[in-house]
Each structure stands twice: as C-alpha cells, then as structure tokens.
Design a protein around this ligand. Structure first.
Ligand SMILES: Cc1ncc(C[n+]2csc(CCOP(=O)(O)OP(=O)(O)O)c2C)c(N)n1
Ligand SMILES: [Mg+2]
Length: 336
C-alpha cells in the first residue's frame, strides 16, 4: 500500500487513494515554494484541489495502459507511479530528471510508466492519445489510453477532431475533461453555452458522463466503466470531472480569479478531506491510519526535495542530446 496504484478490477483502496492524493498535494505545494525561491525556471501549474481525478482514473488502469497529460501534469505523473525525486529533479532542470532536466514541469515524460508526456500546448495531447490507442489496437495490444485535458482544451479544434476520429476507429481512449471552471483567467461559462461538456460526446456518437471530480470514488466508478468499454473494443468515452483548482493558475500567474464565496464553497469540498471523512465514517481508515499516510507522503516529498536540490545541472555539452530524434532515442525509449 505504498504506490497508490490500485489493482484494476478491484474496488478503490481508500489508503492507497489517500496516499496518492496527499503526495500530489504536498508535491505541488513544494513546487510553489521552490518556484518562489527562484529554483524553478519557467512556470509550474499546481494540481491542488484536483487530486481525485488523476487518482480515480489512473487507479482503474493497468500497467499496459497509457496516459497523456497537460501543462498541469504533476498529479497525473504521481498517480501513475512516477518517482517524485526524479520528477522534482525535472521540475528544477536537474540531470536525474525524467527528461534529463531539459523538459521541465510541462514536459515530464516517462515511457517506462506508459506516461506519454505532459504538454505545454493546450489541446496538444488529444491527437497523441487517439494515435497511441489506435496504434496499440493495430499491434494487437490490449491497451487503453487515458487522455487528460482541461475545459479550455475542450474548445480547441483538436479535441473535436480527435473525438470524431476516435469514434469512427473505435479507438480505446478515455477522454477525461478536468473541468475546473477556468482557462487561466477566462471562465468556462463565458466560452461555451452548455452546462456539461460531457454532452459533446453525443455529437460524435459515444457516451459522455459528468461526475463530481472531487469525489475519488465517483471518478473511479466512471473510469471503471469507460476503461471496460474501451478495452472491449466498443470505443471511447468522455468523462467530465467537475472540480476547481484550489490554487492560482500557476506559480507565475498567481492572481486570484474566483470570488471569495466560490473559494470558500470549494474549500468545503476539498477532495482529500472528503475522502478522509468518508473513509473514517465507513471504517475503511482510522485517524491513526490517516495520520500515518500523511507522514509517509510528507517524507517522500522531503526526500524528493533533498535529492532534487542537490542534483547536478545537465552538462552544457549535452544541450543538443535528446533534442533531435536519433536511433538512441528510439531504441531506448520506445514501448516494450
Ligand atoms: C494552444 C495554447 N493556447 C494558449 C496557451 C496558454 N495557456 C496555458 S494554460 C491555459 C489555460 C488552459 O485551460 P484548461 O484547458 O481549462 O486547463 P487548466 O489550466 O484549467 O487546467 C492557457 C490558455 C497554451 N499553453 N497553448
Ligand atoms: Mg480549466
């Protein structure tokens, strides 16, 4: 019960889910602190408040499955089991990072974990997900691809093209729209005339469902159904998980966009506290187990920080390595 990865086909383990969600929360709180100490180049987008989505969806996936991510990708990576030390090293641009320090927060990629990449381009991963899913199917693999994106990305043309193509190909994709109500400083309600983004799936001929994105069990239940459908060959599903980011848009763009009332209402619905309340009331967790889980998650982030801040910078002479495709890259990093 340390990785936070649940076994597909089983019910969600409350302790595993809590560990993963708390790890994500502590990780991104630490990233903001390190950014403020000027140790992070560029920016970083905290997943704080959205932890239930990555945790619920990815716990329904198997090792053979793949994920694509966004600019707000740390939660997806941690839920997928990436090492927080190597992730933080990447965020700080250090040598032991997943991309040898050359990708940074928005480009963490770990093919060995089936993590096809975070993406600084809003809407950049829809087509990658459909392509990977269809390729896997052609290769006879039993692979499902979970494609994470925001409400803002649901207005990009690439989303609509990818949905249509996934539908006609019956590609095994689970589209996961993390609807946090905002695209940077633009309210979703001012960019679309629908209440539920999930209704867009009907236009492409596959199921769409809206769930409470702050309820990890609700997210997991929707994921179980969507993953089973994709794996059976029946094609894609769109899961819209409604949530809110409990942080500013990014470590750089810190201006508050929500009203004080909205912030207070969403704070009441903190996904981690909701899971703790539920798990204690059902008897799945005790107060002691919750405290122990938090200590473990905190210790992992302290160890990751210690590792990352002391790690070396990449050698300047390696600046052009891994930038252009080479036989080295394809041999070592392609999927097994
Ligand atoms: C194609 C493109 N347009 C604009 C941006 C600038 N930008 C970065 S994050 C962001 C908001 C994205 O909103 P959403 O998809 O809802 O994700 P969220 O940040 O809310 O998680 C924008 C506009 C970008 N990175 N890429
Ligand atoms: Mg958004």
């Amino acid at each position: 019960m340390t990785s936070g990865r649940a076994t597909p086909g089983t019910t969600l383990d409350a302790g595993d889910a809590l560990f993963t969600m708390q790890l994500i929360r502590y990780f991104d709180e630490r990233v903001v602190e390190l950014y403020n100490q000027k140790l992070v180049r560029g920016s970083a987008h905290p997943y704080i408040g959205m932890e239930a989505i990555a945790t619920g969806i990815i716990s329904a996936l198997g090792d053979q499955d793949l994920i694509t991510s966004t600019h707000r990708g740390h939660g997806h990576c941690l839920a997928r089991g990436l090492d927080p030390s190597r992730m933080l090293a990447e965020v700080l641009g250090r040598k032991s990072g997943y991309c040898r320090g050359k990708g940074g927060s928005m480009h963490i990629t770990a093919m060995e974990h089936g993590m096809l990449g975070a993406d600084g381009i809003v809407g950049g991963s829809h087509a990658i997900a459909v392509g990977a899913a269809y390729a896997s199917r052609l290769q006879g693999r039993d692979t499902v691809v979970a494609c994470f994106f925001g409400d803002g990305a649901a207005n990009e043309g690439s989303f609509h093209e990818a949905c249509n193509l996934a539908s006609v190909l019956d590609a095994p994709v689970v589209f996961v729209c993390e609807n946090n109500g905002w695209a940077l400083s633009t309210r979703a309600s001012s960019t679309m005339r629908i209440d539920d983004i999930s209704t867009r799936a009907a236009g492409y001929g596959f199921p769409g469902v809206t769930v409470d994105g702050n309820d990890v069990h609700a997210v997991r239940a929707a994921a179980d159904e969507a993953v089973a459908r994709a794996r059976s060959g029946a094609g894609p599903t769109l899961i819209e998980a409604k949530t809110h980011r409990m942080s500013a848009h990014s470590a750089f763009a810190t201006g508050e966009t929500s009203t004080t009332e909205e912030l207070a209402a969403w704070a009441e619905r903190d996904p981690i506290e909701a899971l703790v309340r539920r798990s204690i009331s059902t008897g799945e967790l005790t107060d002691e187990a919750v405290a122990e889980t938090r200590v473990r998650a905190r210790a992992a982030i302290e160890a990751a920080t210690e590792h990352a801040v002391n790690d070396e910078q990449p050698d300047p002479e390696t600046a052009f390595e891994d930038v252009y495709a080479s036989s080295h890259w394809t041999k070592e990093m392609r999927l097994a």
